[in-house]
Design a protein around this ligand. Sequence first.
Ligand code: ZN
Length: 273
Amino acid sequence: MKTNTKISTGVIGSDHITGTLNNLRYVRKQLLLALMMLSSLILFANGDPTGEKSTASTPAPNGGDGEYVTQTKETQAKTTPEMAVKMLKEGNERFVNDEMINRDLMEQVEQTSTGQYPIAAVVSCIDSRIPTEIVFDQGVGDIFNARIAGNFVNTDILGSLEFACKVAGAKAIVVMGHTSCGAVKGAVDYVELGNLTSMLDHIEPAIDAVKDIKDNRNSKNPEFVQKVSDKNVELTIEKIRSDSDVLRDMHDKGEIAIVGAMYDVETGKVTFF
Ligand SMILES: [Zn+2]
């Protein structure tokens, strides 16, 4: 019976078997194609580092073709503190070279409507000449901003930075001063005006720390003003570490970067310390 079955199958079903085999090959091919398409979709959705619009580490070099990244949980998770700082550096290079990315901001509003995953937090001055997202060529949902005249930190701003990094996952804090800062000028002249007086007190430690300039310690001395601005950034970073256990711990563990920077109002260039 066994032999008969074999023979009969061979004789009767040879075309049938070939057809079945071809069908099986076809089905297998279709399955492979479907699997390939599915894995591509998953990679795209997860922010494949090789994808054009899905990598947080390598934003498009220029805005000519409108390529940009809207940060997601996945892209933020893949961003290291060093990468976050590099992204801001590259963004400022695009800004000064007039090569800013042409983002669809309303599309980014929609993409970020259910959550935010920014890569960095920037502490900078309220000065109208330094719109943070613009000078770093960032879009909606990319960076936190704490802007206050003289870019210092107090309890409330430290709390905001703790939220940005510990709760919302930002990977870097940039403390950015700027040249010709009116707040620093006001502080070195000990200007007194309403609430401004107590606010400018926050810059006094930087004034006191600049010791190598003995004369003309006022706003008419640009060198002194700049040295106080530089020192103010340095002391602000120290204060972040000394007054925030949360951020110091994250910094010590390498979970965040804390860096200083200076914006030049004449060139648009940000120099990182
Ligand atoms: Zn300022």
